[in-house]
Design a binder for this molecule. Sequence first.
Ligand code: MG
Length: 370
Amino acid sequence: MRAEVPVTTVSAAAYTIPTDLPEADGTAQWDSTTLVVVHVEGGGRRGFGYSYTHACAANLIDTKLAPLLIGQEAMDPPAAWRSMQRAVRNLGRGGIAGTAISAVDVALWDLKGQLLERSLADLLGCYREQVPIYGSGGFTSYTERELTQQLADWVEDTGCRWVKMKIGTQPGQDPARVAAARAAIGDSAGLFVDANGAYSLRQALQLGTRFAAEQQVSWFEEPVSSDDLHGLAQIRARAPEGMDIAAGEYGYTPQYFQRMLEAAAVDVLQADATRCGGVTGFLQAAALCEGHQVQLSAHCAPSLHCTLGCAAPRFRHIEWFHDHVRIEQMLLDGAPTPQRGVLSPDRARPGLGLTLRASDAARYAVKPQG
Ligand SMILES: [Mg+2]
């Protein structure tokens, strides 16, 4: 069928931004973060999307996805999503291809909003007007002073009701670090921990019980590897009252989330629209959560999830992740600012309401590999 509003261009670029301090969690360490951005054009308008991934995703978009999408209907992002999923069958839908598809899907939805001159929040419809955030960082590479200062600032200055810290690099030191975090934020804020899969099952059971009893930790994320659904389910079944088990940030497909939910592995499913298929994939994850009666929490990329969180039925909160907050405030016009710990989409701006400040981003540009 001939497109009424054909996509005319699709282009991607990558930017690598150094972190402000070295960062680490229980199973990884890094000193920079790469943002891949996509612009799509059609009907005289331009849409913007992004993912946090490797720079090679930009190449995959330019060489594999762009030729496929040129001439396709700009007003029908799910049709484009379907054709992109088919196109990467032999590459694998997860990983780099998943992030590339996600960034393009977001750009297509943004373009549709631009063409209709309506915000994405209006386009999708909203279950709520605003979504709460929780402060997230507390890297294991931080000194105790850096850790406690960051968490306390989120509670006191940003108005976060909950904050999350990383654990698992040196499990023997975690009880002391978690105690220092609790002392810094006081008794009224919620304290979350994320082991990024670093603990063994036994460690997770022992330390999780201790964190809940001694420091009122109410969220234990990836206590063991999120590939270990049986282990997660065992921990969830034995978790103390008031402690939620969460995972899902490495989900690229609805089938991944479905398996995690079927295994009763989590109390709260995490999904990341910059990995799991953009707006289209995130709404699929949200529908699975509704079906399983499990809450959904957004992983990172807060400027994007601000709108999507309003459009998801069982939505709990957005991860206000230090790295991404910093990058989005540096490089994206329209990046939302929390008001007393909540974000609201700006419905006066069409689409996602975000644009790349290209002149500010230029110094971080990754040169294409020749
Ligand atoms: Mg995590």
